[in-house]
Write a protein that binds this ligand. Structure first.
Ligand code: FAD
Length: 398
């Protein structure tokens, strides 16, 4: 089959759906290729800073988000060993007043579903179970191959995640690096927990070579828990693994305070994920070349220690929509506008990647550094925990 025109998005995760939504709202015909036979999202939570919530507001998704998210009243940071509170950042209304939107926490599947429903209201064509295998581009067009299908388009957006095929073909810069950090994730109904373990805020426990974060999702009815420890995982890095690692997690958390151990002991179903990333972006050439652009984890996979990986994918999509809208003007062309998209995004993405890396070192510190961290948090908690350059941004949208 041969066809022509419009924008092709490879990947139907949070980033790919957001890209499809933005491109189609900008006036483009969009086709989305997803390798899996059906859309799905892992059972885990996700934090959305006010910068990200503003992107969703801009797409008219305020009510849809309100229906499924929780809006924690504060972020509280504690020492995982002593159990002592170290510092706090008010969220809720304080974020709305300071940055123009709330700080939300949401189940990934709920966020994915609300984006999918918005995309379905646009005229986007889905090709499920069709992994994009390769592409070639000229000054006039990009041609993608997915099985027997060959399609020519004006632009290709690689939103195909950490192990991106589009990135491999575009940049050929090797695989992501293993960080030696493992994320154990669990989701459970708050009602299944004893009252003292239920929570309506975000809590981060910082310990030597580990940290644990938990927060409410699904309008506060479920609790999402993620425990990060240092170690290696055997087997396929792009697959989730299961319960049998719970013993290893318990061993890694031995020596932490009772409140934290009680919570961990109350959970039986963990999934574990070996965290991979890439060094912070080095230039716009890593986000777009000619008629092909990268978005989300395909462009800038990062450690989740600033809780902004999906957030940056959504911000990318907002900027992409703006660029693609301008590309419809005869005065501009697609490669120029994708270049502008890349120029407007790469430095912020790189900064977020770098900050996530640094947070990892601070969160997992031991010895004197840990002591200094705890003192600083006690003295300057709110100032250290707030990130105005990140939360204060208001993305441009088509
Ligand atoms: P993905 O979600 O990986 O989606 C890629 C999609 O492309 C998939 O559907 C895949 O099937 C498809 N695909 C792959 N290859 C092909 C192909 N060849 N053709 C077609 N389709 C293909 N971010 C936050 O903002 N806040 C958080 O609190 C947060 N917490 C996190 C906690 C942990 C433990 C982890 C691991 C990550 C966290 N993140 C968080 C990061 C966030 O999960 C990712 O940044 C985000 O999911 C990236 O979305 P994506 O759409 O770019 O990639």
């Amino acid at each position: 089959m041969n066809d022509r025109g419009g924008v092709i998005v490879s990947g139907g995760g949070i980033g790919g759906l957001a890209a499809a939504l933005a491109a189609s709202r900008a006036g483009w015909e969009v086709r989305l290729f997803e390798g899996a036979p059906a859309f799905s999202e892992v059972g885990a939570g996700i934090q959305l800073g006010p910068n990200v919530v503003k992107v969703l507001h801009g797409w008219g998704l305020t009510e849809a988000l309100q229906a499924v998210a929780a809006f924690p009243d504060r972020l509280q940071v504690c020492n995982a060993v002593s159990g002592q509170p170290l510092g706090e950042l008010p969220l809720g209304d304080a974020m709305v007043q300071r940055y123009g939107a709330a700080y939300a926490t949401v189940h990934r599947a709920d966020l994915h579903r609300l984006l999918l429903s918005a995309v379905q209201q646009q005229d986007v064509k889905f090709h499920l179970g069709r992994p994009l295998q390769s592409f070639s581009q000229t000054a006039q067009a990009v041609t993608v191959q997915a099985g027997a299908l060959e399609i020519e388009a004006d632009a290709l957006i690689g939103a195909d995640g950490l192990w991106s095929t589009v990135r491999q073909r575009l940049l050929g810069d090797g695989l992501p690096r293993q960080t030696g950090h493992l994320a154990y994730r669990a989701l459970l109904p708050q009602a299944s927990l004893p009252a003292h373990l239920r929570s309506s805020h975000i809590t981060a426990w910082l310990g030597p070579r580990l940290h644990v974060v938990h927060y409410p999702v699904r309008a506060g009815e479920w609790l999402n828990v993620v425990a990060i420890v240092q170690g290696q995982l055997e087997g396929d890095l792009d697959q989730w693994d299961h319960n049998h690692h719970a013993g290893e997690l318990a061993a890694a958390l031995a020596g932490t305070c009772t409140a934290l151990q009680d919570l961990i002991a109350a959970i039986d179903g963990w999934r574990v994920w070996a965290l991979c990333d890439r060094p912070p972006m080095a230039g716009a050439h890593q986000q777009a070349v000619g008629r092909v652009a990268l978005l989300g984890d395909a462009a800038h996979p990062m450690l989740p220690y600033l809780a902004q990986g999906a957030g940056m994918a959504l911000e990318d999509a907002a900027e992409l929509g703006h660029a693609l809208m301008q590309a419809l003007d005869p005065a501009f062309d697609v490669p120029t506008m994708l270049q502008r998209y890349a120029l407007n995004r790469w430095q912020r993405n790189a900064r977020v990647q770098a900050r996530a890396l640094r947070n990892g070192q601070i969160f997992h510190a031991d010895g004197l550094v840990r002591w200094g961290r705890d003192m600083a948090l006690k003295l300057l908690g709110e100032r250290l925990l707030d990130v105005p350059w990140l939360y204060g941004a208001t993305p441009r949208q088509a």
